[in-house]
Write a protein that binds this ligand. Structure first.
Ligand SMILES: C[S@@+](CC[C@H](N)C(=O)[O-])C[C@H]1O[C@@H](n2cnc3c(N)ncnc32)[C@H](O)[C@@H]1O
Length: 384
């Protein structure tokens, strides 16, 4: 749209908005929507809102403007409906599904709720839905690719084990990436968190798993040095592989004094070992099945970034795996543990950032007929 035409449309909207109270959200939405639909140039809503926000007399946020327009769009007849118009702002912007909006509208009318009561009831239902999902599955199901847990669920893993992963991470990884059949394999089992998750949660009942580690912490875990014997399974025998290796932090030596302990290795040696583990994953996985790796970058105080997830992700692709997912997993559960407070103090003194977020990367072993590539724009698959 021409700048001049847009500016004059904005001026007109600003004049009209001047006649409305700031809480007249439905009217604000009506003024903007009607101005756009009556304009011959039909500018985009996002463009109009962006310019409006920058106008010195408008003084309303972009999000608020979009919410006002949504209110008018969903409820153009709000003035003829049963509730005060302010409640339609809440219905339009706090509830996603229109059936739920209709249900809450009816409830609010029957119970004579004010805006605060309506918002509180909507929040209450959202919380109870989350709790219900949790009790059905037995764990805190995540719905986005940011998995943030304040504490480790005490049912999973051994609390005194250094580097124990929060069981909720494993549970979500299994739920989303392990599929429903085939042997689940943990190559760096540590304190047996994966086994505990699978033994405890009904969602994974009956699924077989095997755990390996250089230093087994209980009898369910088989002793294995991944450097010497790779993943000791037959070709095409695994339904999912989970990798939680110790990162190559020089001198960390969390897991013993063996030369094979990955936590003792220089980063390049660590990467070389992990490259061979990736090749092993390719060998043992059934076609079409996934492997997940949880990893973070090394950000030394006295050197450059070593981007482990990038280097390892690249190796998966080189080996012919297809990328499936990337999840961000903040380290919050460990912030007050071990040497972390000391590391945080050092980072402040040295003016260097520390890594505080892991990534859970998942790749699929490409099946013979899986030659489609993802179309980024549509998410559809097309044949090469
Ligand atoms: C980060 S911990 C895994 C923690 C585990 N996911 C848990 O929740 O308890 C990494 C594990 O890798 C094991 N490890 C280190 N070097 C190894 C090697 N060469 N072969 C097999 N396991 C190794 C360590 O003994 C340690 O238990």
């Amino acid at each position: 749209m021409e700048d001049i035409a847009l500016q004059s449309l904005i001026e007109q909207i600003v004049i009209n908005l001047g006649t409305v109270q700031t809480d007249g959200q439905w009217y604000i939405g009506k003024i903007i929507s009607e101005a756009i639909s009556q304009s011959a140039a039909r500018p985009k809503l996002a463009e109009v809102c962006k310019v409006l926000v920058a106008h010195p007399k408008a003084n309303l946020s972009y999000t608020y403007l979009r919410q006002c327009v949504r209110t008018f769009t969903y409820y153009p007849d709000a003035l003829q409906r049963s509730l005060p118009s302010g409640l339609y702002f809440i219905l339009a912007n706090h509830i996603y599904r229109h059936e739920d909006r209709d249900r809450f509208e009816q409830l609010a009318a029957e119970q004579n709720w004010n805006a605060n009561q309506l918002a509180a009831e909507i929040r209450k239902e959202a919380r109870s839905r989350k709790e219900q999902a949790k009790s059905e599955l037995g764990f805190d199901l995540q719905l986005t690719n940011l998995w943030y847990f304040n504490t480790s669920d005490p049912r999973f893993g051994k609390s005194d084990f250094r580097g124990r992963i929060a069981g909720q991470i494993v549970a979500n990884a299994l739920y989303y990436f392990a599929g429903t059949n085939g042997l689940v394999v943990d190559v760096f089992a540590g304190s047996g968190t994966l086994g505990d998750v699978m033994d405890t949660l009904p969602a994974f009942e009956g699924r077989k798993y095997v755990m390996f580690d250089l230093t087994p912490s209980d009898e369910r875990i088989q002793k294995n040095d991944v450097i010497l014997t790779g993943i000791p399974l037959l070709d095409n025998s695994a339904g999912y592989v989970f990798l939680d290796p110790p990162y190559a932090h020089l001198g960390q030596r969390y897991y013993g004094t063996s030369e094979s302990d990955l936590s003792r290795m220089a980063p390049e040696t660590f990467l070389a070992v992990m490259f061979s583990v990736i090749r092993e994953c390719k060998r043992v996985l059934l076609p079409g099945k996934n492997v997940s790796l949880i990893i973070e970058p090394i950000m030394p105080f006295d050197g450059d970034l070593i981007d482990l997830q990038f280097r390892l992700g690249q190796k998966f692709i080189e080996e012919g795996f297809a990328p499936v997912s990337k999840v961000y997993v903040p380290n919050q559960t460990m912030r007050n543990e071990g040497s972390m407070p000391n590391i945080i103090a050092q980072s402040r003194n040295k003016k260097k950032l520390i890594s505080d977020c892991r990534e859970l990367l998942t790749f699929r072993k490409v099946a013979r007929d899986d030659s489609g590539v993802n179309n980024i724009a549509t998410g559809c698959k097309r044949r090469k």
